[in-house]
Design a protein around this ligand. Structure first.
Ligand code: UDP
Length: 321
């Protein structure tokens, strides 16, 4: 297929582009390189450096495309709490610009990066797709609003959509890994501390109603996420799907696993809760398994951390920008 991948120079986007190319798809990345890296775009992909707010450039880039995979977004929960305008402008308003450009260019399908943050504080785990959606931060809200718009555009204009609600993406391929600046995600922060030998990892909140008092998350390998996006392109595939491994690990458990894998004594310091964090997020991915035959290749937390560690040791400066 001929695909436009927005945010294809970012973490999950770049890994998906690599996987798409290896399966013979023709890919153009559309990225403003604000948070992405040219070095993360695999050579065989085309690249358009542009912003999602640029409707003309989007229309030009969309001509003849079979589908869009839409990763481009701001994705830091704490930042969304202090800067909601930034999140609604980019994740919502600019995503609508993209959708309207797709409509004008008659691009029939979009696969959208959504998030577990749409569920807020879930009443039961594992979370199913029809669990109540009550986000507790603007990041989750921005993604949920856009899912509603996708439903409306599908109904009114026939644009097909798949929304993939990710749990916690982590891990790396041989070539591509996670390099956010500043880094806010737990696994790369822990591994950076291991690499430095001295930095302390802050544990945000030790008084949650969880087995060890720290937040529990469902970590999923970035390559397993990429594989799901490719399956979502199948003709007729439509709707909302969770994507996680179905197993939760606390912050302390992740730190212990990283100590074992790196062989380093990672120092920690207990800190207050981070605004916007739900205590537990664990996915049921039964729907995507049943509908598309998706199955994680790297479900083990140890493998996920190990691949991230290998990439970080090979790229201590990240992409070096
Ligand atoms: N976390 C932490 N210390 C850090 C970064 C994250 O204790 O330096 C916690 C965070 O509060 C959350 C979990 O680790 O409970 C996962 O956070 P992350 O930012 O990786 O992903 P999120 O679940 O927010 O998407």
């Amino acid at each position: 297929m001929k695909l436009l991948v927005t945010g294809g120079a970012g973490y999950i986007g770049s890994v998906t582009v690599e996987a798409l190319l290896s399966e013979g798809h023709e890919v153009t990345v559309y990225d403003n390189l604000e948070n992405g890296y040219r070095e993360a775009v695999v050579q065989d992909a085309g690249i358009v450096v542009g912003d999602l707010s640029d409707a003309d450039l989007l229309r030009k880039s969309l001509g003849g495309m079979d589908a869009v995979i839409h990763f481009a977004a701001h994705s830091k929960v704490p930042e969304s709490v202090t800067m909601p305008a930034k999140y609604f402008r980019n994740n919502l308003v600019n995503s609508i610009v993209l959708l309207n450009a797709m409509r004008e260019e008659e691009v029939p399908k979009i696969v959208f990066s959504s998030t577990a943050a749409v569920y807020g504080v879930p009443s039961a785990c594992p979370i199913m797709e029809d669990s109540p959606t009550e986000p507790i931060n603007p990041y989750g809200e921005s993604k949920l609003f856009f899912e509603g718009i996708l439903e409306d555009y599908h109904r009114a204009y026939g644009i097909g959509f798949v929304s993939v609600r990710y749990f916690n993406a982590a891990g790396a391929t041989d070539r591509l890994g996670e390099d956010h600046r500043p880094e806010t995600h737990l696994i790369p922060i822990i591994l950076k501390a291991a690499l430095s030998g001295s930095a302390e990892v802050k544990i945000y909140g030790t008084d949650y109603n969880t087995p060890d008092g720290t937040c529990v998350r469902d970590y999923i390998h970035v390559s397993d996420l990429a594989a799901a996006h490719i399956l979502a392109l199948e003709p007729g595939c439509q709707g909302i799907f969770n994507l996680g491994n179905g197993t939760g690990y606390s912050v302390r458990q992740v730190i212990d696993a990283a100590r074992e894998i790196t062989g380093m004594d990672i120092k920690t310091v207990e800190s207050s809760r981070r605004p916007g964090d739900p205590p537990i997020l664990v996915a049921s991915s039964e729907r995507i398994s049943r509908a598309l035959g998706w199955k994680p290749r790297y479900p083990e937390l140890g493998t996920i951390i190990e691949t991230a560690w290998n990439w970080m040791r090979a790229h201590p400066e990240g992409y070096g920008k």
